[in-house]
Ligand binder design. Structure first.
Ligand code: PMP
Length: 762
């Protein structure tokens, strides 16, 4: 190849004596040319439409820039015909070449954009963009490059090349966030010519300061802030602190070419876009040019930053950048003011979490973001099952609601697809489904189905169970009717004691004993039983797994007495327990009716009742069952997307693996602290029971509340529950990772150390 380079240099540029070495590059072959009269870079290009016009235009722009600052830019060298791009036709193929002066200095390269160079890079770019803003170029303005952030959507087809679905989702997320929060703003921003690729391999420093830029191949006419976003993305990839790592760059830019507040507001998303574009193209390169090292040079760093970025509150970044640019940080409304409005508008029975409530603004996967710039690791919210704002679910909901949002009185593909898919996750016997909008509505319907089938309305329940907020829901929820302000048990309810192995001791055959008590009570009541309803792990009871043997004995008993068995899987279903898709499987039983809620729509209000044909037929009395929203096209689209993500990201397996890891960690914590009585649960549905002493097992609700608030201060959200509010409840989105588990365990230890001691000294 160097021979043909020599030939062209000789014939077209009059350079006869030269030493030629190849340079690293993305797609093209580039060479350094050293001659007695100076050094040059010889660039080669594959032919494509508009190439020649673009090369000529780029060269003209470089010529103008270099005229004002000769050592800061490569200068194009004209060939013997006076042109800046040389074309040679060989075997019917056009090949393009270009010669530029070589810019002396140190390419930042592997050293990256460090703190010292960042400021000077900012001022360099600011000054350059200021100069570029007075230039126009029709060929460059006509360009539509996938590297130009305003055309980020051109990269969407590349997402599929990202092999790991757990990573792919971040890129989908950031592209989608941009479609909501960036794309509509971009047309209204200041536009100008920008370099468009200020990465460390295109930046040249002299005496520790940025002194030149090279490789103008991505020159584009774009919102000017994109220049800063691209440089900031690379600066952040090298920064130790991803919050402050671009601040000096922005301060330097601001000095020369002040950014506007609305531009700064978009930087978080634009940086995310650059990272996403970068990894998409690395994924493509892995298929198309696996041997080109340069194509993967930023890949690992970009991924690391993408994962951190997704866990970072966008407001925190905006405020950091605002300060760097000399603007005041955005002010937040005080919690007091918000609380006053809330108190005015609604009742106190709608409670708030934590001693000092949090005002939430946004969320991503297992992270939530408040209005003060803080990020929280969400270890508590099982409703966003596949992750907060998962792009697949958001996309499905948005598209479905833009197309058709109608009820179940029409035939729709969405309903048929969703019900078929959902039923396929249950045993063959459970072959009929009803769709509603809340777990409470599902409980209500389940009890109606049971009553219709058995002709009885008495219901057997488990102590501390919760099944819904409707009158009927409350009437079967001991946690509510038997709790604070509860009306007490109605005559139609028969209670089983909670078979809690921790409190009863495993040797006591808790399961059998509690089932036996229920048998006595059913038989005493003489009114028979319509249904038995229970959760496989009693959430509101404090994450208490029903003792083994209990459900088997009770299901047997209830069926013998003519009743049906309802498993409330609102919390425990949909793969959360890891080893099993539904919680009842853990107990080796098969219910007659299953209640599904919370996770199935990832936050979209959806719930379902699954039952047998026989029970469904008993309900066909002539009265229609209709739910205005249940099973509508949007809900079904959301539900389908949740199933897709669960399968693609293997989230049930993740719940098993990460949940197992976390439970081991909690068991260790339990050994270390006197106040930890019991760690329990399955998959990502876990509890840690806090007590005054291991032997006495006296519940310590005060400590649980202190620990919960301390964790919140450390940026971690957990719940508390149980009859004494002494159980730390852990049920995070299913994408929770081992690193997340480690973070939780570390903070939990800290909180216990601090608050256990305080309790002792009281
Ligand atoms: N059953 C169980 C086990 C629940 O945890 C809940 C909600 N916490 C419900 C039913 C009621 O669901 P919803 O709030 O959607 O009405």
């Amino acid at each position: 190849m160097t021979d043909s380079v020599k030939k062209i240099l000789n014939e077209r540029f009059g350079i006869s004596e030269a030493e030629i070495t190849q340079l690293a590059g993305y797609g093209n072959n580039n060479y350094r040319v050293s001659t007695a009269s100076g050094k040059f870079v010889f660039k080669t290009y594959e032919d494509r439409p508009d190439l020649r016009g673009e090369l000529e235009a780029e060269s003209r722009i470089l010529e103008k820039l270099a005229a004002g600052a000769p050592s800061a830019y490569p200068k194009p060298v004209a060939d013997i015909d006076g042109g800046y791009s040389t074309v040679i036709r060989e075997d019917g193929i056009s090949k393009y070449f270009r010669l530029l002066t070589f810019v002396e200095g140190d390419i930042l390269g592997p050293k990256g954009i460090s703190g010292e160079t960042a400021y000077s890079l900012g001022s360099f770019l600011g000054k350059m963009d200021g100069e570029l803003s007075s230039l126009r170029s029709a060929p460059i303005e006509a360009r539509r490059s996938k590297w130009d952030l305003q055309y980020h959507a051109l990269n969407r087809p590349l997402i599929e090349y990202i092999e790991n679905p757990q990573d792919r989702k971040y890129v989908e997320y950031f592209f989608q966030q941009a479609s909501f929060f960036v794309d509509r703003e971009l047309p209204f921003l200041r536009h100008g010519l920008i370099h468009g690729d200020a990465n460390e391999w295109n930046i040249i420093a002299r005496a520790g300061k940025v002194a030149a830029m090279i490789d103008f191949g991505d020159l584009c006419y774009s919102p000017i802030v994109n220049e800063v976003a691209i440089a900031a993305a690379y600066a952040l990839m090298f920064a130790e602190d991803h919050i402050t790592g671009a601040s000096r760059l922005i301060a330097g830019y601001q000095e020369m070419n002040p950014l506007e507040e609305k531009e700064i507001a978009l930087l978080f998303h634009l940086i995310a876009l650059r990272l996403s574009v970068s990894v998409c193209n690395s994924a493509l390169a892995a298929k198309t040019m696996p041997d080109n090292e340069y194509a993967f040079i930023s890949e690992e760093r970009a991924w690391r930053l993408i994962r951190k970025w997704a866990a970072t509150n966008p407001l925190r970044i905006e405020n950091e950048f605002r300060q760097a640019a000399g603007f005041e940080p955005r002010r937040t409304v005080s919690v007091g003011e918000d609380l006053a409005v809330r108190r005015k508008n609604t009742s106190r029975v709608m409670s708030l979490q934590f001693t000092e409530p949090i005002k939430m603004k946004s969320a991503a996967f297992q992270y939530m973001f408040d209005d003060g710039g803080r990020s929280y690791l969400d270890c508590y919210n099982n409703i966003p099952h596949v992750g907060h704002c998962h792009p697949r679910v958001v996309d499905a909901i948005a598209k479905a609601s833009a197309r058709l949002n109608t009820n179940t009185r029409y035939l729709t593909d969405e309903f048929n697809e969703y019900t078929t898919r959902l039923l396929s996750r249950f045993p063959e016997r459970l072959d009929k489904i009803f769709l509603v909008n809340s777990g409470s509505a599902a409980t209500d319907l389940a009890l109606r189905l049971a009553a219709a089938h058995t002709g009885n309305r008495n219901v057997a329940v488990v102590e501390y169970g919760y099944h819904g907020n409707t009158s009927r829901g409350i009437s079967v929820s001991h946690y509510k009717y038997g709790g604070k302000g509860g009306p007490g048990k109605s005559d139609a309810i028969i209670e089983a004691p909670i078979p809690d192995e921790y409190r009863a001791g495993p040797e006591a055959e808790t399961g059998k004993r509690c089932a036996e008590i229920l048998r006595e009570r059913i038989d005493e009541s003489k009114a028979g039983v319509s249904a038995f309803i229970a959760e496989p792990i009693v959430g509101c009871g404090g994450q208490v797994p029903l003792a083994q043997g209990f459900l088997q004995a009770v299901y047997d008993l209830v069926r013998k007495r003519g009743g049906v068995c309802i498993s409330d899987e609102t919390q425990t279903g949909f793969g959360r327990l890891g080893k099993w898709f539904s919680g009842y499987e853990m107990h080796g039983v098969e219910p007659d009716i299953v209640i599904l809620g919370k996770p199935i729509g990832n936050g979209h209000p959806m719930a379902a009742v699954v039952t047998t044909s026989a029970i469904a037929e008993s309900f066909e009395t002539g009265m229609e069952f209709f739910s205005s929203f249940g099973g509508n096209t949007v809900s079904c689209a959301a539900g389908n997307a949740v199933l897709d993500v669960m399968d693609e990201e293997h989230l049930q397996d993740n719940a098993r693996d990460v949940g197992g890891y976390l439970l081991c960690g909690l068991e260790q914590v339990t050994e270390e602290f006197e106040s930890c009585g019991n760690a329990r649960g399955e998959g990502l549905f876990l509890g840690l029971e806090l007590v005054r002493s291991k032997d006495g097992k006296e519940p310590d609700g005060g400590l649980a509340s202190s620990v919960q608030n301390a964790l919140r201060d450390a940026g971690i959200l957990v719940g508390t529950d149980g009859p004494h509010e002494n159980v730390i409840k852990i049920k995070p989105p299913m994408c929770f990772t081992e690193e997340n588990a480690d973070e939780l365990l570390g903070a939990l230890r800290q909180a216990l150390k601090k608050h256990e001691r305080r309790t002792e000294t009281k």
